[in-house]
Design a protein around this ligand. Structure first.
Ligand code: CDP
Ligand code: CDP
Length: 224
């Protein structure tokens, strides 16, 4: 499986990882792993099971027995379509809290590795390049100013019919950035050798073009 190419796209919340990773995967005909969805699914499942959010053992069990599936852009928890439910800010915040627990992270490793299938994989998250796929052929760290990211998330939430408030979003986003960057296991940081792309003033398609061009040059290097 080490011959199967992986592109990792890590970065802070609402930097455009999901959008860019999905489009790059579509262009290349690769599989796509939204690792954040696994943490969100674990959060939702824990809430459904009324697990205590400070009980690492119980939460690790929830992660280990996660009954989820990804079907053409939709996400299922057991038989329930939770595509929109896991996008709520409350779930994102809970996901970020439980993602700091080593037991939860450990329980999700095997599931993530199984997404590496021919002809290739694009994986997005926080630790795709640093921890899960250190041998990736291309590692990208996508970022954008906090203001640009809050505005993107605002538009996304309103578009889904959720209510949202810019000031709260900006505050939540900064709190989440700090928590993700300062935790002791798998903190958010660029992987060694990662290309850093600040998309504050870029469209998602421009970011996609940049990633594809980096991929083409990494492949050339690998084959020469
Ligand atoms: O969409 P957004 O960037 O806000 O979040 P996400 O990628 O869906 O991830 C939700 C939370 O899961 C993040 O705040 C991280 O704390 C955690 N996460 C992680 O720890 N490691 C990953 N590989 C992906 C997500
Ligand atoms: O996965 P992550 O939380 O990093 O971001 P996302 O869910 O892909 O959301 C980013 C939102 O910003 C989407 O609605 C994109 O269309 C938009 N956007 C972007 O992704 N990249 C840009 N350069 C500009 C806007």
């Amino acid at each position: 499986p080490s011959a199967i190419p992986v592109i990792t796209i890590d970065g802070p919340t609402a930097s455009g990882k999901g959008t860019v990773a999905q489009r790059v995967a579509d262009k290349l005909g690769f599989y796509y792993l939204d690792s954040g969805a696994l943490y969100r699914l674990t959060a939702l499942s824990a809430i459904r099971h009324q697990a205590s959010l400070s009980d690492e053992h119980a939460l690790s069990k929830v992660a280990e027995h996660l009954d989820c599936s990804f079907v053409g852009g939709d996400v299922f928890l057991a038989k329930e379509n939770v595509t929109d439910a896991i996008r709520k800010e409350e779930i994102g915040n809970t996901a970020s809290k439980i993602a700091a627990l080593p037991g939860v992270r450990h329980a999700l490793v095997g599931l993530q590795l199984r997404f590496r299938m021919a002809p290739g994989l694009v994986a997005d998250g926080r630790d795709m390049g640093t921890v899960i796929f250190p041998s990736a052929i291309l590692k990208v760290f996508l970022t954008a100013s906090a203001e640009a990211r809050a505005e993107r998330r605002y538009k996304q939430l309103i578009g889904k019919g959720f209510s949202a408030n810019m000031a709260d979003l900006l505050k939540d986003l900064q709190e989440r950035d700090a928590r993700d960057a300062n935790r002791s296991v798998a903190p958010l940081k660029p992987a060694e050798g990662a290309y850093i792309l600040d998309t504050s003033n870029m469209t998602a398609d421009q970011a996609v073009e940049q990633v594809l061009s980096w991929y083409a040059s990494e492949r050339k290097k690998a084959h020469s």
